[in-house]
Design a protein around this ligand. Structure first.
Ligand SMILES: O=C1O[C@H](COP(=O)(O)O)[C@@H](O)[C@H](O)[C@H]1O
Length: 234
């Protein structure tokens, strides 16, 4: 059974303060315990204002490595690039922001390259923060020909390439993503989402667990650690 704790907020400002506080605490604890922190952060529209709050926190940024939990196979100057948004906010603070995606017509080859890049990092991540799309995808684990590869990758495989089917309307491009195994290896997992439609979808996915038809349900069903879910209505 998925052990999930919901944290509800009145608005996005309150949500941002709380999530930024939690992430800051995870970073400080990791640096205290191991001298460094590794965190995987989502892309999309939801996290931007939370990153702005987090960036104002006094944290040991020079000891923090940030990777996107997934990225789109686009040039780094594209507005669709997840790593570009992270780099813009966190590199000026001294954090190390590492891309995982390369522009490549062959998404599976891009996945192999992402996996090789991640192999160099001290694992596991201290945090994997997940978002969720309105279609129930998380990170870039989408229905399509690569779904099983992302969900059931061999142990130790950290990233794969994904061709979503159908393509999401807001960023209709191939992706690379952390695998379910890589996500579940994290010391902490948090999900951040807004809106009633997404809440309903996630509640159903959690209820269905391993039988869920949604990627997020299939991912979270394997979690052994408790999951924090942060939500506000709008
Ligand atoms: O494509 C993506 O979408 C999800 C959800 O994004 P949102 O805009 O609905 O918040 C995101 O978590 C993922 O990292 C991103 O690549």
């Amino acid at each position: 059974m998925i052990e999930a704790e919901w944290w509800d907020y009145d608005d996005r400002a309150e949500l941002a303060q709380a999530v930024a506080g939690d992430v800051g605490f995870i970073i400080e604890s990791a640096v205290d315990a191991r001298g460094a922190a590794l965190i995987a952060l989502p892309g999309g529209a939801t996290p931007g204002p939370i990153y702005d709050v987090l960036a104002k926190a006094k944290l040991p940024w020079k000891r923090v490595t940030i990777i996107p939990g997934d990225d789109r196979l686009v040039a780094v100057d594209s507005p669709m690039s997840n790593v570009a948004a992270l780099a813009k906010t966190f590199i000026p603070l001294g954090a190390r922001v590492l891309p995982i995606a390369t522009v490549n017509k062959d998404h599976r080859q891009a996945g192999d390259a992402a996996n090789a890049r991640l192999a160099d990092l001290p694992w596991p991540p201290d945090l994997v923060w997940l978002g969720m799309g309105e279609d129930g995808h998380t990170a870039s684990i989408f229905p399509g020909p690569d779904l099983e590869a992302a969900l059931d990758a061999p142990k130790g495989r950290r990233a794969v390439g994904v061709l979503p089917e159908p393509m999401p309307k807001d960023a209709p491009v191939p992706r690379v993503t952390l695998t379910r195994g890589a996500i579940l290896s994290a010391r902490a997992i948090t999900v951040v989402l807004t809106g009633s439609a997404k809440r309903k979808l996630l509640e159903k996915a959690i209820e269905d667990g391993a039988k869920s038809t949604l990627p997020i349900g299939r991912v979270l069903a394997g979690a052994e650690q408790p999951i924090d879910i942060h939500w506000c209505a709008k």
